[in-house]
Ligand binder design. Sequence first.
Ligand code: PHE
Ligand code: ZN
Length: 850
Amino acid sequence: MRDAAPQTIYLKDYTPFGFDVLEVHLIFDLAPNATRITSRIRFTAKPDAENRDFFLHGEQLKLIRAKIDGEEITPTLTETGLTCEVPEGDFTFEAEVEIDPANNTALEGLYMSNGMYCTQCEAEGFRKITYYPDRPDVMSTFTVRVNGDLPVLLSNGNPVDQGEGFAEWHDPWPKPAYLFALVAGDLVAHSDHFTTISGREVDLNLYVRPGDEGKCAFGMEALKKSMKWDEDVYGREYDLDVFNIVAVDDFNMGAMENKGLNVFNSSAVLASPETATDGNFERIEAIIAHEYFHNWTGNRITCRDWFQLCLKEGLTVFRDAQFTSDVRSAPVKRIGDVIDLRARQFPEDNGPLAHPVRPESFQEINNFYTATVYEKGAEVIGMLKRLVGDQAYAEALDLYFARHDGQACTIEDWLKVFEDVTDRDLSQFKLWYSQAGTPRVKVEEGWSDGTYSLTLSQNIPDTPGQLGKQPMHIPVAVGLLGPNGDEVRETQTLELTEARQSFSFDGLAAKPTASILREFSAPVILEHDVSRDEQAFLLAHDTDPFNRWSAARDLATQTLLAMITENAAPHADYLDGVLSVLRDDDLDPAYRALMLWLPTQSELAGMLADRGVTPDPMAIWTAGETLRQAMAQHAQDLLPRLHSQMKVDATYRPDAEQSGKRSLGSGVLFLTTRLDGGTLAKREYAKADNMTLQLAALNALLRAGQGQEELAGFYSQWQADRLVIDKWFGLQVSLADPDQTCIVAQKLTEHPDFHWKTPNRFRSVLGPLAMNHAGFHHADGKSYELLADWLMRLDPVNPQTTARMCSAFQTWKRYDADRQALIRVQLERIAATPDLSRDTTEMISRILDA
Ligand code: PHE
Ligand code: ZN
């Protein structure tokens, strides 16, 4: 059965449910093709409810029987749910339904993965398990009995009873249905425990498939660190006797914060030094923290409706970023996050899929788990903290937890705690939640008689459905440097609230150089004509590590744009600047490594389009190759010393210090391989004893058109490890030359290990296809066609994953008429697919409307 006809849901139409749920009892009788769920739900009518309709969501359920207060009833069933007459006051609704988890390939509701039962209920998956008011503002306690012939039977909350073939769980904390979870399987536990600040003993378990026991230790340490950090920094204590995490291979997203029973994509939790890279370890630590932090920001305080998604996601991303900054390096984390924001959120905010951090309408909520809601949502919280200060932020958060614990809240509730603590009027600031589009901030400078002035003007571009916007409240952190590089004015936050506004700094002995938007204090695009000399000066002297990096990035951008549009040679000031940073042994290696990265090809394409130049993907690719070659030659004498300096002799640890060294060492290897024909990389590959170094060497070889033997060896070595084989698929596509990308990807889809119904494997080939800019945008259009073919094939199997990947086409209007025509054909072909899911229909039609 396919989706019901698409319907648009609006924030302004919110109405509360007319009933409260007092408690929920569920019994699961597990069977792969016919799982029975028996529910007993106690309802009470809200005395003052406007809406007295009793409607329970339910999709793809076979109703066996239903009762009210013990009497069998015959409810009215539709494709989306059930209605029936109900008595006044309190009553008990019971239902028995049957579902088919083994054939649930959408991975929403109750499904199976390698013989294990698993659930995913956010956002609206619980309705595929049983009839229920499946909305986040309906919160209740759950008692769950699981009957099944499997050794591990889990649900939310605390265990209350267990025996041969059954287990019973009780979750005392009222929660919405989207936080429900059940897992059953032949799993092994990696166990530990944690004592909370007030002395509660908590059992911790990480459940994995037999064979994966050796990949649990790091995730467990990350969990304990997160629990401690949330106590220390936010005063938030864990609230159950157990905290369980389960790793599952088939999962649409990274992980899910179900109360007391987090479910993780195995790629987001399993790691060992031999099989996972430093980058994987860092990501795992952040996701473990993220899901754990949701226990307070998301679970104890949840969202009133799905339009408020950023209430929990923006805040929790912000919290996990604070955690990573504390346990690793703050500047490196900030730079990484900004790179990511520009790569994923800016294109979204400046294209056909642009939507506010708090959207006002949707057809399919699953399409709004976006970089805008998550990452821009987190940026908004960072700006708020900067504007009110750390002290007021802490007080506001305390008030938020005290005032709203146990509630389903809105952005208005969130902002109100800040207004109450600070007495500030945040109505203009609130526009960050409602106005889509990345603000552009134009900078003009003035200098006379010891006074330096900055005039900032803001402009927020039109976005779909939103024309003519109001000025926003933008915190712009600024510091001033004197001619000798000393900081003559420390960082201060200018509050830009008007369309155009001037700020002045007097008493200066000489014209300063301004360092603007330090720490990337607002998610905006700066329009500032800075000379290359000034940028080189900032690269050498800025005391703000973010802006120092930013100066290098801007110089790289300038040189690349000149190479692309004017056929210029690489700028010497850029090459010299990077070289002196590389040479500076006082700088953190991780930070130096970031200086080596060039802006992505897609980012450059966006900048060209912004300047009214149609981007030529091949020219962009060639410029990048040329510049890297020039960098390698320019740094030639330094490379061998730097490479050996970055060797780590100690036992492998994926911490900031060691991974920083490996990161810089790998960057150096990458450059060296352009000069030595692969000699060093081959040697490094042969002796690598961890995945970080093994992959770095393999990448360097493949990028230099070599390494076929190593690639084959890699496959035989790791054949049995699905997470490593995902990497093996992905790197071939991401490192292919532009004219080979489609061919390589196509061939890999014919590989016997291409299990395309598993999202990780599907994404391992089709993800890099879309990300390999010059390969994806090859003029023959074959990559567009290949991606479309696979999206059409995946859609009936897994609409969520299909719809997410449609965003590969969101930037299509940047390109030339020929490419646009080729893409249009594919978009229209997808749109015309019979029975296309609601998810994909919405995405394609928004993209086509561009
Ligand atoms: N709520 C999850 C998180 O941010 C993400 C998620 C959404 C997972 C929807 C599954 C489905 O941690
Ligand atoms: Zn989250």
